[in-house]
Design a protein around this ligand. Structure first.
Ligand code: NAD
Length: 330
C-alpha cells in the first residue's frame, strides 16, 4: 500500500469507527458486532503505526469511549477512566509481559488475573463512608452524573460496613445478568420496541435513564475492582484491594487468581474459557494486572490505557451475531 492509499484508508476508517463509536457509546444501539469493530480499530492502529506521519491526536485510537450526553450533569473525573489494551492471542499477552519486564527492569512480578466483565465502567465517590456521587466513564475525562440511578442497584452499599474517613473513589463495572437481559428484550419485543444488542448495551441504556424508576426496574448489578490511591489505604497489591473492597461491603467478582508464571496465567485463561459461560452474566476475557501497585506509577499510562494491565479477549460468543440479526430485523 502506498502513502496515498494508506491515507485514504486511514481517513475512511476514522470516519467509520467514529460513527460506530457514537452508535455504541452515546446511543447504545450498535450496528456491528464488537469483534468487527475491534477489527476496524486494529486495522487503523496498525496503519497509523506503519505511517506515523498520518497520526492525529483526534484519531479514535487516542480516545476512550464516547462523549457524554447533554442532559445529565457532567462530572470531571479526578483521574481519567481509561480503557484497556487488548490481546487477542496468548502471544500478545506474552509480549505484554516482556514489555513490563523490560519497562521495570526486574523479573519477580506477580500478575492478578480477573475476569473481564462485559458491562460499563463507573466511578463512585464515598465521603466518610457514604456514597455521594457516581458517574459513567463518558470519554474518560468527563462522564455523566448517574448517582440517582446507581442508588437503585441493590447490591451497591450506600454506606460502607466500616467508615473510611475522607473522600474515597472506587471503580467497577455495572452489568445486567443474562436472565434479566432476556426478560427485558422479550418485554420489548412484545411492546414492539427496539431490542438491545447485548447485555452490555442494555446495562448502559438502563443506567443512562433520566427516570430512575426505569433503571430500578432493570435490576442492574455491579462489581467493583479498583480503588484510587490504594497506598493511602495501606494496600500494596491488587489482591489486597479486592479483599478490602469485599471487606467494606462491595460486591467483588470472586474468580480471580494471583499468577507468578506464564504457566499460571495460561492455566487461568484456560480454566475460565468454558467455565465463564455458566456464570449468570457475560464476561469477554481475562484482565491481567500487575499485582504490586507500586509498579503502576512506574509504568504509567498511554492516552488510552494503563501500561500495567492488559485484557486478553476470548473469541466472541456466537450468540452475539444472532442477537444483532434480531435487532436489525425489527
Ligand atoms: P474494553 O471493553 O475492551 O475494556 C476496557 C474496560 O473493561 C474497562 O474500561 C472496564 O470498564 C472494563 N473491565 C471489565 N472488567 C474489568 C476488570 N476486572 N478490571 C478492569 N477493567 C475491567 O474497552 P472499552 O473501551 O470499554 O470498550 C471497547 C469495547 O467496546 C470493545 O470491545 C469494542 O468492541 C466495543 N465497541 C463496540 C462498538 C460496536 O459498534 N459494536 C463500538 C465501539 C466500541
Amino acid at each position: 500500500m502506498d502513502r496515498r492509499e494508506a491515507l485514504q484508508r486511514i481517513e475512511a476508517l476514522r470516519e467509520e469507527i467514529n460513527r460506530h463509536a457514537h452508535l455504541y457509546y452515546v446511543l447504545d444501539t450498535p450496528e456491528i458486532a464488537d469483534h468487527e469493530y475491534d477489527a476496524l480499530f486494529r486495522e487503523l492502529a496498525s496503519l497509523e503505526e506503519a505511517f506515523p506521519e498520518f497520526d492525529d491526536p483526534d484519531s479514535p485510537t487516542h480516545r476512550v469511549g464516547g462523549a457524554p450526553l447533554d442532559r445529565f450533569e457532567k462530572v470531571i473525573h479526578e483521574s481519567p477512566l481509561l480503557s484497556l489494551d487488548n490481546a487477542l492471542s496468548k502471544e500478545e499477552v506474552w509480549s505484554f509481559c516482556d514489555r513490563v519486564f523490560s519497562g521495570l527492569g526486574l523479573g519477580n512480578l506477580e500478575y492478578l488475573c480477573e475476569l473481564k466483565i462485559d458491562g460499563l465502567a463507573v466511578s463512585l465517590i464515598y465521603e466518610d463512608g457514604v456514597f455521594i456521587r457516581g458517574a459513567t466513564r463518558g470519554d474518560g475525562l468527563v462522564g455523566e452524573d448517574v448517582t440517582a440511578n446507581l442508588r437503585t442497584i441493590r447490591s451497591l452499599p450506600l454506606r460502607l460496613r466500616e467508615k473510611v474517613s475522607g473522600r474515597m473513589e472506587v471503580r467497577g463495572e455495572v452489568l445486567m445478568t443474562r436472565e434479566q437481559f432476556a426478560a427485558l428484550n422479550q418485554e420489548r419485543e412484545e411492546g414492539g420496541e427496539l431490542l438491545f444488542a447485548n447485555p452490555r448495551n442494555a446495562a448502559a441504556g438502563s443506567l443512562r435513564q433520566l427516570d430512575s424508576s426505569i433503571t430500578a426496574s432493570r435490576k442492574l448489578s455491579i462489581f467493583l475492582y479498583y480503588v484510587a490511591h490504594p497506598q493511602e489505604h495501606g494496600l500494596r497489591t491488587q489482591q489486597e484491594v479486592l479483599h478490602w473492597l469485599q471487606h467494606l461491603g462491595f460486591p467483588v467478582q470472586s474468580a480471580w487468581g494471583v499468577c507468578s508464571t506464564r504457566q499460571d496465567i495460561d492455566a487461568f485463561i484456560e480454566e475460565w474459557r468454558e467455565k465463564r459461560l455458566s456464570l449468570p452474566y457475560s464476561t469477554d476475557g481475562v484482565v491481567l494486572k500487575i499485582n504490586q501497585v507500586d509498579f503502576w506509577e512506574d509504568l504509567g499510562t498511554t492516552a488510552k490505557a494503563p501500561r500495567w494491565a492488559i485484557a486478553f479477549k476470548y473469541p466472541p460468543e456466537e450468540k452475539t451475531s444472532r442477537i444483532l440479526d434480531i435487532e436489525v430485523s425489527v
